[in-house]
Design a protein around this ligand. Structure first.
Ligand SMILES: NC(=O)c1ccc[n+]([C@@H]2O[C@H](COP(=O)([O-])OP(=O)(O)OC[C@H]3O[C@@H](n4cnc5c(N)ncnc54)[C@H](O)[C@@H]3O)[C@@H](O)[C@H]2O)c1
Length: 383
């Protein structure tokens, strides 16, 4: 089996999920590569050193350039804050490395364009980690839609609700809180949470053509961890938008970090002429399915427990009836990437496909600012 040496940039939350995925993938999937955790990179040397020891990395670094320049590294996996993605990805592609990158690919579509150009010019493998596509229940939803079981689709509804920034005493910026600083994150919940909803939506239901949005920043100023001063908050705390899809259906999307009681409630619902689907991250191993073609007396919502070997990805796991969780979606994505690399197929979404989500988030922010409908792809935000 060929070895694939990984240099991972970032050793926080996603550093752990990705390190776990690359460590586990060969135990469960027959992929032609053996990922090797070669070098981990983080800005805090003691943390990076501990991370390397805990996950079995051969070495650690604090300067990502050294990882990119290392001729032994085959794949640069970017799991650092959003403002670092483009520079690292472009350098890695120019060095001839495969590049995978967490979402959002960068802070806006214009910044992502440089990443797309770099990987395509270098001809290197690339992929964005929009992992909700790899939840078996969501993959089953995709199969049902592609088989035409829903018929014409009328409605798409998605929500991603959290509550962790309600306290006005929470500072912004710096390690762990960079998501509250638009200079680093690009935006607030639009790029962080809605990006997931938009990627899944366009994968399931096709492109979004036009949006009308409203955003709000509920806490207007917070102490900035890097300057020590109270500064204006630059992110959107909540973001809602209406969408028109290319297939004629209507969408409603909502994300907030101010929904008291909700920690990570990602839900989606699709209503078609013949059938409807509901999925909920808190119950991620179930798919709710209503089929109007069922016999009238027995017609109703089915709650399908996605644990059988004929469900997507599930034959690789335990026995029917035993469910899997969040971390497995990363293992699925790693498996798809490694299999694709061997067969010549690119695992999706590529950077080019991931950029489509950036165009929509740009349009959402522009629409909220201008209080008007905005056509996707013509966003001023990305110029
Ligand atoms: N796919 C998902 O579901 C999902 C979930 C969470 C986060 N993310 C994305 O993953 C990325 C990382 O998020 P996180 O939650 O892991 O953040 P985090 O704050 O937990 O970790 C960030 C890491 O990046 C490192 N870092 C920061 N600047 C660096 C630099 N210049 N060079 C090298 N390392 C640097 C830090 O040392 C830290 O280890 C973000 O783009 C985020 O949007 C995706």
């Amino acid at each position: 089996m060929k070895k694939l040496n990984i240099g991972m940039i970032g050793c926080g939350f996603m550093g752990r999920t990705h390190s776990n995925a690359f460590s586990q993938v060969n135990h469960f999937f027959d992929v032609p590569y053996q990922p090797v955790l070669k070098t981990i990179c983080g800005i805090d040397a003691p943390l990076a050193k501990d991370f390397a020891a805990n996950w079995g990395y051969e070495s650690y670094e604090t300067d990502w350039r050294k990882v990119v320049e290392n001729p032994d590294i085959d794949l640069i996996d970017i799991v650092s804050p959003n403002n670092t993605h483009a520079e690292i990805a472009i350098a890695a592609a120019r060095a001839g490395k495969m590049v995978t990158c967490e979402k959002p690919l960068s802070r806006n579509a214009a910044e992502t364009a440089g990443m797309v150009e770099a990987v395509e010019t270098a001809g290197v493998r690339n992929m964005a980690w929009y992992i909700y596509r790899r939840v078996p229940a969501v993959m089953l939803a995709k199969q049902l839609i592609d088989e035409g079981r829903l018929g014409r689709i009328f409605h798409y509804r998605a929500k991603f609700l959290q509550d962790w920034t309600i306290s006005a005493a929470l500072p912004q910026g710096g390690d762990g809180l960079w998501r509250l600083d638009a200079a680093v994150a690009g935006s607030g919940v639009t790029g962080d949470l809605l990006a997931h909803c938009i990627d899944t939506a366009m994968w399931l239901n096709g492109g979004i053509t036009e949006v009308s949005a409203a955003t709000e920043t509920f806490v207007k100023s917070r102490k900035h961890n890097l300057t020590g001063k109270v500064e204006p908050v630059t992110i959107d705390d909540a973001s809602l938008f209406l969408a028109r899809f290319g297939n004629g259906s209507l969408g409603t999307f909502e994300a907030t970090r101010y929904a008291r009681g909700h920690k990570a409630l990602y839900t989606l619902e699709i209503n078609g002429e013949n059938a409807s689907i509901i999925w909920d991250l808190h119950d991620l191993h179930r798919l709710q399915f209503f089929d109007h073609k069922d016999e009238g007396r027995l017609r109703g919502w089915k709650s399908i427990h996605i644990t059988d070997s004929d469900h997507p990805y599930m034959k690789h796991w335990w026995v029917p009836g035993l469910q899997i969780g969040y971390e497995h979606t990363f293992i699925h994505q790693a498996a798809d990437f490694l299999s694709g690399t061997a067969t010549g197929c690119y695992a999706v979404p590529t950077f080019r496909e991931g950029q489509r989500t950036d165009y929509v988030t740009d349009a959402v922010l522009e629409s909220a600012r201008n209080r008007s409908w905005v056509k996707v792809g013509e966003s001023q935000e990305s110029k």
